[in-house]
Design a protein around this ligand. Structure first.
Ligand code: GSH
Length: 209
């Protein structure tokens, strides 16, 4: 039985969406990062980097959302092209693009634009500019492909939850029509609707105006 340790953030939702889409049964444990529960000694045994998400599967424990997505895809044989094929590496490059850019950079945009506005004009501009650049890259890819790669994959599960925080990083999804089409398409899937509300129901998936 899988246990998901998570909170209702983009990185956490990647995994709850994947678990729902893969049809895996799991137990959800809330780690409220607003209350510093990520530093609890019991959680640190599973996730020594003191960040959600993490999972256990029997005696096996795993942290880092990209690794967890790859583990779940390998376990189920779902939402990943066959290992070693060109399609597999194409999917992997978009997963790594999210883990290295469309997440860490947007997280910095959230910090300066949403949580600490007025602290640093330079940082606000720097991370908003980088966020817009990343959206441009994503829009170009989604102009030529329905999903990140030929079929719905863990790369989509990794990227979509970050786009769902468009209000925090001051992006109008309508400015990126291909991202907007993809975002709405995935937001209508039962697995996304259910996974978005794990571990805490913070309301419905936000929709661009
Ligand atoms: N690279 C990590 C990032 C995880 C991460 O940044 N998690 C945030 C929430 S979205 C967190 O737990 N923050 C708590 C903290 O930094 O203390 C992953 O993808 O799993």
């Amino acid at each position: 039985m899988i246990t998901l340790y998570s909170w209702s953030t983009p990185n956490g939702r990647k995994i709850s969406i994947a678990l729902e889409e893969m049809g895996l049964s799991y137990k959800s444990v809330s780690i409220d990062i607003g209350k510093d529960q990520q530093f609890a000694p019991e959680f640190l045994k599973i996730a020594p980097n003191n960040k959600i998400p993490a999972i256990t599967d029997g005696n096996f424990a795993l942290f880092e959302s990209g690794a967890i997505l790859q583990y779940l895809a390998a376990k189920t044989g779902k939402f990943s092209p066959a290992y070693g094929t060109p399609e597999y590496w194409e999917m992997t490059q978009w997963l790594m693009w999210q883990m290295g850019g469309f997440g860490p950079m947007i997280g910095q945009a959230h910090h300066f634009l949403q949580f600490k506005p007025g602290t640093s004009e330079y940082a606000e501009k720097r991370f908003h500019t980088e966020t817009k650049r990343l959206y441009g890259v994503l829009d170009k890819q989604l102009a030529q492909s329905e999903y990140l790669v030929s079929e719905l994959s863990i790369a989509d599960f990794a990227i979509w939850p970050w786009a769902s925080r468009f209000d925090y990083h001051k992006i109008n999804l309508n400015d990126y029509p291909n991202v907007c089409r993809w975002y709405k398409q995935l937001a209508a899937r039962p697995g996304f609707i259910k996974g978005y509300k794990v571990p805490v129901d913070t309301g419905d998936i936000p929709m661009p105006g």
